[in-house]
Design a protein. Structure first.
Length: 407
């Protein structure tokens, strides 16, 4: 334990938290940092939770850098970004000829991370079938490449992250309970940016200075009123969204002093939770109270929904009128040609269907007539018949099955 503490202290001197990308003075982020420092020198599996953009990969990398494995590889894998049918081969590797396209042996991510740390982001997206192999490697360190029966062993620390509530996924049957308990041996929750508003000025300054350094110009700062605007926003993309916004505004303004006017110019419409009106007469930002805005938004949404419903009702009425007109025209055509030698439904089904001169046939009968005639006209080609009828092939087959048509 003494060695771990000494190593952690040495690493803190070499790589301070700011260099590792972890910034903030709020109580919620301090709690997460303290947990990081506590678990980093151990070999425990760590589960990092939090919304998208809260910095889960940054924390995972920091845990590795502050661990006894810091000289060994850190391999980051986004489980949601790899197709399900490829994830197993990417994680555990495969032998030549293991499947079509496997023209050579490939080392998997676990093998690449041997002696070091592997970070499995979006672990909640991992399919159940693969969770068994992950549990095995966590318990025994053993695995097999695809296409090989050879048992291989790997020494790797596993850090996982998710923006899902894994407890709920376990209840739904989407995540193995035994794997959840194994991954959840130590849990760090990262707060959303709206829960650590006091950190926004520090984060903005950090990202702004890094951007200015990258483009080799001086960042001249930001006004307090401009910071207040930033602090009033929701930042649903969290730290990642603030970072991208800061990089954009500092880059395009070439490091100039940031005022409320400039902030307003770069705010995307969907970014703030509450509307912000810019009063050009006195250059002041006027915030609409949340309750008032909520009523305004609700009224707008309700009106929009009513208009959409009204529009759809009108469309249905028009479609109904058009269908009745088509049926009348079809009835006239059938009456005009019923004495000739054209193909008829009666011959096909031996179930005579009489359409009286003044009687409108049922829609089902009309559909059957149209389907049979279209298929006959297309010489049995159902794809062409579907195009002729103006419906999808899937819809045509559904209708054929529904009416039990012999085609």
């Amino acid at each position: 334990m003494t060695n771990n503490f000494t190593h952690r202290s040495a690493l803190n001197t070499k790589f301070d938290l700011e260099q590792l990308g972890i910034i903030g003075n709020s109580q919620s982020i301090k709690l997460a940092i303290n947990q990081l420092l506590e678990v980093a020198p151990t070999d425990l599996s760590v589960l990092i939770t939090g919304e998208t953009g809260t910095g889960k990969e940054v924390f995972a990398n920091a845990i590795h850098r502050l661990s006894l494995r810091w000289k060994e590889p850190f391999v980051s894998v986004n489980c949601a970004a790899i197709p399900e049918n490829l994830l197993e081969s990417e994680l555990f590797g495969y032998e030549k000829g293991a499947f079509t396209g496997a023209v050579e042996r490939r080392i998997g991510f676990f093998e690449s991370a041997n002696k070091g740390t592997i970070f499995l982001d979006e672990i909640g997206e991992m399919p159940i079938s693969l969770q068994v192999k992950l549990l095995r490697i966590l318990e025994t360190g053993q695995y097999s490449r695809l296409g090989s029966s050879e048992i291989r062993k790997v020494d790797v620390r596993v850090i996982t992250a998710t923006n899902r509530v894994l407890e709920s996924e376990v209840v739904r049957g989407n995540f193995r309970q035994d794997l959840f308990y194994r991954l959840n041996s130590y849990k760090i929750h990262l707060p959303a940016l709206r829960e650590r508003v006091e950190d926004i000025p520090i984060l903005f300054d950090f990202f702004a200075k890094k951007t200015a350094e990258q483009y080799k110009f001086e960042f001249k700062g930001i006004s307090q009123s401009a910071l207040e605007i930033l602090k009033s926003l929701q930042w649903r993309g969290n730290v990642r969204e603030l970072k991208h916004f800061t990089e954009k505004i500092v880059t395009l303004e070439r490091g100039e002093y940031i005022t409320p006017d400039i902030v307003h110019k770069y705010l995307p419409p969907a970014l703030p939770e509450s509307s912000i009106l810019f009063d050009s007469s006195n250059n002041q930002l006027v915030h609409i109270p949340k309750s008032e805005e909520f009523r305004e938004i609700s009224s707008t949404l309700i009106l929009k929904a009513l208009l959409q419903i009204e529009s759809k009702i009108e469309l249905l009425k028009n479609q109904q009128d058009r269908i009745y007109e088509e049926i009348k025209l079809l009835n006239e055509k059938v009456n005009a040609i019923q004495d000739n030698n054209y193909y008829s439904i009666e011959e096909e089904n031996n179930e005579p269907t009489h359409i009286l001169g003044d009687e409108i046939p049922k829609i089902e009968q009309v559909e059957q007539n149209l389907i049979l005639k279209a298929i006959k006209q297309c010489n049995g080609n159902k794809t062409r018949a579907a195009k002729l009828l103006g419906v999808s092939l899937r819809t045509l087959y559904r209708k054929i099955n529904r009416y039990n048509l012999n085609v």
